[in-house]
Design a protein around this ligand. Structure first.
Ligand SMILES: O=C(O)c1ccccc1NCC(=O)[C@H](O)[C@H](O)COP(=O)(O)O
Length: 295
């Protein structure tokens, strides 16, 4: 799948006149494209509020991030659990009306999660970078910034808010960008987590340097249906190559019970990332302990 990057309707300012250029193919062709086009605007606005130079000086004296990868390897459970703080989804709308990110992350920590994923996209997921900062002050587990990263600026922003790892989605980045963003993430001493959906994306990622953590997303990008066999099929095809490179594999999206977790673990996933099931449940500690007892 090819995700086009820029908004097709740029407002071009020419002295005092503004031209709206309407291209024939002006509508995003799917939700992921809509998210990525909107991200251009979101990042632009954020840059105006806080330029990159400010972020760079702000992070200079911050303590070293926690080791996200080592925590998953040591995992409190096998597979390790990355529990996600996600207020809404573009498909389902609001998942939790009474949303308190810090309280939810604390519940995850005391229930036995190894790491926390914090969704920060504003428009489609009702997230916020400030949730990262709030959770960082109250919870000791390593934090993943889960966003649609298309500029290095966002990696610096994540670091300034206390993220220990950032998500890099292969479907929205060229190989050149992926390689560059992995380098920047490492430079900031965070862990890059590269997300793939297809064999073609795994093969692209296997050609890059510095890939230590790969997440297989079971959610189809075309229609957002979930299919856990994505993890099984991709690992059946490339487990050996990933193992040779020393890459730890996470399976994410659509995991609903212990059988699902057993399935992806058998396929070779060392960690699982779960959002909706936990967020929607009235007793998150109970659902996590039920999921984790037999792991
Ligand atoms: O969560 C969605 O509905 C979604 C829709 C479109 C693009 C991405 C989406 N989710 C991002 C994620 O990767 C999930 O939040 C994560 O894998 C957890 O999945 P789940 O356990 O199914 O909430």
């Amino acid at each position: 799948m090819y995700i086009r990057r820029r908004q097709p309707n740029p407002v071009i300012a020419a002295s005092s006149v503004q031209y709206q250029v309407a291209l024939p193919d002006a509508a995003p062709k799917n939700i992921l494209e809509a998210i990525v086009w909107n991200k251009e605007l979101e990042v632009d606005q954020q840059r105006l509020k806080q330029p990159l130079q400010d972020l760079q000086s702000q992070i200079r004296d911050l303590p070293t991030p926690k080791d996200f990868l080592a925590t998953l390897k040591q995992g409190k459970t096998k597979p390790a659990l990355i529990a996600e703080v996600k207020k809404a989804s573009p498909i389902q709308g609001v998942l939790c009306e009474d949303f308190n990110p810090t309280a939810i992350a604390s519940e995850y920590q005391s229930a036995g999660a190894s790491c926390i994923s914090v969704v920060t996209d504003k428009k489609f997921f009702h997230g916020d970078f400030n949730y990262l900062a709030q959770i960082h002050t109250k919870v000791d587990l390593p934090l993943l910034c889960k966003d649609f990263i298309i500029y290095p600026y966002q990696i610096y922003l994540a670091r300034s808010k206390g993220a220990d790892a950032v998500l890099l989605i292969a479907a929205i980045l060229s190989n050149q960008d992926l390689q560059y963003f992995i380098k920047i993430t490492n430079l900031l001493r965070m862990t890059p987590l590269v997300e793939v959906h297809t064999l073609e994306e795994i093969d692209r990622v296997l050609t890059l340097d510095g890939v230590v953590l790969v997440s297989i997303n079971n959610r189809e990008l075309e229609d957002f249906s979930v299919n856990l066999h994505t993890t099984c099929q991709l690992l059946a095809a490339r487990a050996e190559e990933l193992r040779k490179k020393g890459v730890l594999v996470i399976s994410e999206s659509g995991l609903k019970n212990r059988e699902d977790i057993n399935l992806v673990q058998k396929a070779g996933a060392s960690a699982v990332l779960i959002g909706e099931l936990l967020i929607k449940h009235p007793d998150r500690k109970l659902v996590i302990s039920n999921l984790l007892t037999s792991l």
